[in-house]
Design a protein around this ligand. Sequence first.
Ligand code: NDP
Ligand code: OXD
Length: 310
Amino acid sequence: MAILFSSKTDDPEPWRAALAAHFEDLDFRVWPDDGGDPADVEFALVWAQKEGALKHYPNLRAIFSLGAGVEHILRDSNLPAGVPIVRLVDAQLTRDMTEYVLAWVLYYHRDHHRYRAQQAARQWRALPPVVAADRQVGILGLGELGRASASALAGLGFRVRGWSRTAKEIEGVACFDGAGGLGEFLDGVEILVCLLPLTPETRGIVDGALLAALPAGACFINAARGGHMVAADLVAALASGHIAGATLDVFEPEPLPAADPLWSHPGVNVTPHVASITYHKTAAAEIVEDIRRIRDGGRARHVVDPAKGY
Ligand code: NDP
Ligand code: OXD
């Protein structure tokens, strides 16, 4: 069975090894030196493929994203028509994202951003504590990742609210939906976490107006995509003191250029797109399950709706 691998950033070898453990007849081809007859290729595993590259495979049955996001596939205006695009849903990916969100929410909740500033000034001063039950955390996006983070935070006793496109019911989480529900969702959110997919609707959503709707001293964690955030608006909100801190894992462009002022901003923590990293073994097992379903005449489980963009 021929599988095409195409990624500018991922090493193909661990994927080859992980898939070879499941398929004895694996013919693993790495774009562009894919060799052989393109007509043999049934499946593609991709991260930000070259525009139009997938059109050269007439018998492609599914395109798998190497991660949860799919905007890196959908930005290609020359995709083969009718071939399902499948996003990655993997329990390990979800666990890792939950850890990242918990770590940084706790950082802000326990005032580590303020203690860091106090340390720089050699200032020994205990800040008045706020208990989790009095802390309002908001999650933009209640999908696989957002829902798990929201539930974990609720389990720690935080007041949690979440926002999604369609209505949700999640135990311990106040749910808001749609453009009409955004204002009510934001009201009183002291720590805001972005876990939305990047789509034409969500690009630039975290702008000056959204940040202004948060209470003074709020903090922001972006573990989704750099394109969700208007960086200049965030820097202005930090400068005014309205936003007290930001943790950013994702940027546009990536890597974050060395000259970007965000690197040295005292109110910003930068991580290099590591909130949740795809593990070859667990991810390959999910992809293999879908390949088996398709080959048995069924459908992959997490097919993207190109019209929605996620
Ligand atoms: P899902 O597709 O499972 O969930 C997306 C959520 O966003 C859904 O709740 C959806 O609403 C909501 N949503 C989408 N569009 C809108 C909108 N216009 N208005 C309101 N809500 C909206 O995605 P995942 O949870 O699996 O992943 C989310 C994103 O996290 C990925 O797309 C990726 O960009 C990012 N990511 C980042 C990583 C990192 O290391 N930094 C690692 C993995 C993922 P509804 O439920 O109603 O459809
Ligand atoms: C993903 C990512 O989308 O790692 O999975 O960003």
